[in-house]
Design a protein around this ligand. Structure first.
Ligand code: SF4
Ligand code: SF4
Length: 134
């Protein structure tokens, strides 16, 4: 059941403050109204479905650590990678690259780093992420 503005019991049983919609406000549809019986799974929940055949050769490389250190204040890669492969080490002042968990989505070489400072190639045949479909 989804609570909507104007529901008689909204928030009262839980002791929460009752919120009334302004007159004439539209009631937004809940997820189940849109055909989602449950919230869509987050990427993190889906990561348990993939397997990795680890290659000892990294297929990701930071081209110039100085660019990360001196020019890139936002550390975009730490936000753009869905697998959180990149991590800023504030003590060592460098980006660490956990290439083992790479999903090979290609984000980091197509806009994930505005300085084009990541060299990404695909792992050797038979290595890397293995998706389970179906
Ligand atoms: S976005 Fe690019 S330049 Fe910035 S920290 Fe990441 S790899 Fe370095
Ligand atoms: S290819 Fe995708 S998953 Fe792999 S490091 Fe780049 S952004 Fe992350």
């Amino acid at each position: 059941m989804s609570l909507k503005y104007g529901d008689e019991n909204q928030g009262e049983e839980a002791g929460a403050e009752k919120k009334d919609a302004p007159a004439g406000a539209r009631v937004l549809p809940g997820p189940e109204d849109l055909g989602f019986p449950q919230p869509p799974p987050a990427v993190a929940n889906k990561l348990g479905l993939v397997k990795f055949n680890l290659d000892r050769e990294p297929h990701l490389r930071i081209k110039d650590a100085e660019v990360c250190r001196r020019r890139c204040r936002q550390k975009f890669c730490t936000h753009s990678c869905p697998a959180q492969v990149y991590h800023w080490e504030s003590e060592g002042k460098k980006i660490s690259v956990a290439y083992e968990g790479c999903l090979e989505c290609g984000t980091c070489r197509s806009g994930g780093c505005p300085y084009d400072n990541i060299e990404m190639r695909y792992p050797r045949g038979g290595y890397g992420v293995q998706y389970r479909f179906g």
